[in-house]
Design a protein around this ligand. Structure first.
Ligand code: ZN
Length: 355
């Protein structure tokens, strides 16, 4: 089927039209194409830069539920997902041309009892971390995910999992395998070691200080704050009453989190939109994260770019260009208006097929 769409592109609002042949975008007119969209805005597929396909509220899910999660993301316009760690093998989803593209980080790497039970590969002896990183780098799609900090029940508070030395060795190993590294970090103390070791991205980052923000700028580290997931911190604190220091710490991180992410943005740290869908967040909420990014000072266009064209460039995937896969969204109303518009595209086109 040959299709034609016409509208305005973003961020520059210029008129644009595309033809779609055999699942691919063409900037050149194609004979016999049916015009399926003729006024409004045309965007590359949205990006959820932090989600977990294969994880539900109770932990790992069956493959058919993972497929439903991916369908939910597609229907909300998220056509490119950076999976930040999944305990199940979702590679067979790549064979289904009706599902979003997934960039996998393999499985979370943690120490025993230092992350959500059942999700990570537990590493008893940290000297094994570089080898574990190498294995995940080979199995993933260019990313490796570390758990950078978590509650240490013996300390009764958040604490880093890894020594600075092993982090350097592990991150160097990932880079030697052509993979980038990111880490889950809620608190303050794990950040200097990770950033100085050359980590590529920080997830959450609620514990950023002015000093660690400066380190991120110096090292070119990126931030995916998952703002809608930070809303779960008060509930985490509530359930942690046996660990009052930790509970207070989580409340404190919650109270300062948005201001810290805003400070990182002001300092020039690149920030992208991720929901953390999978555990405490349901799939299909990228539009809510875009709205939340406006709350830390991003303009509507900048916030949308963080979940769209800018995120695609960061992940090394094409936006709308001649010869690229036709993964696009059409909106009659301005998608910068808010989540009510953004999560209801008038047309979702994935690999040239209309949904
Ligand atoms: Zn996550």
């Amino acid at each position: 089927m040959r299709l034609h769409v016409r509208g305005h592109r973003l961020p520059d609002d210029q008129p644009v039209q595309w033809w779609i042949v055999d699942g691919t975008l063409s900037a050149e007119p194609v004979a016999g194409a049916e015009t399926v969209f003729d006024q409004g805005w045309i965007l590359p597929g949205l990006v959820d830069a932090h989600c977990h396909v294969g994880v539900g509220p109770g932990g790992a899910v069956e493959l058919d539920e993972a497929i439903r999660q991916a369908e939910t993301e597609r229907d909300a316009g998220a056509l490119l997902l950076r999976d930040c760690g999944s305990p199940i093998d979702t590679r067979s989803l790549d064979d289904r041309d009706n599902l979003p593209r997934i960039i996998r980080a393999g499985r979370h790497l943690a120490k025993p009892k230092r992350y959500i039970p059942g999700l990570p590969i537990d590493i008893d002896d940290e000297s094994q971390l570089p080898a574990a990183v190498a294995e995940q780098a080979r199995r993933g799609d260019g990313w490796v995910k570390l758990v950078g900090d978590w509650i240490d029940r013996e300390v009764g508070d958040l604490a880093p999992l890894w020594s600075d030395e092993v982090l350097k060795a592990a991150i160097d190993t990932a880079h030697a395998h052509g993979a980038r590294v990111t880490a889950h970090v809620f608190g303050e103390d794990a950040l200097p070691g990770l950033i100085k070791a050359g980590i590529d991205c920080i997830e959450h980052g609620t514990g950023l200080t002015d000093d660690t923000i400066e380190l991120m700028v110096e090292h070119g580290t990126t931030l995916v704050p998952t703002l809608i997931n930070i809303e779960n911190f008060p509930g985490i604190a509530e359930r942690a009453s046996r660990y009052p220091v930790y509970a207070d710490h989580m409340r404190n991180l919650y109270a300062r989190g948005r201001q810290r992410v805003a400070a990182a943005r002001d300092a020039g740290v690149p920030i992208y939109a991720g929901t953390d869908a999978g555990g405490g967040i349901t799939h299909g909420r990228i539009a809510d994260e875009v709205d939340a990014l406006k709350g830390i000072g991003m303009s509507p266009t900048e916030a949308l770019g963080a979940a769209c064209w800018d995120a695609r460039r960061w992940l090394g995937r094409p936006a709308l260009e001649h010869g690229a896969s036709a993964d696009l969204l059409c909106y009659t109303d301005d998608p910068r208006y808010g989540a009510a518009v953004l999560n209801r595209p008038d047309l979702v086109i994935l690999r040239g097929r209309v949904f």
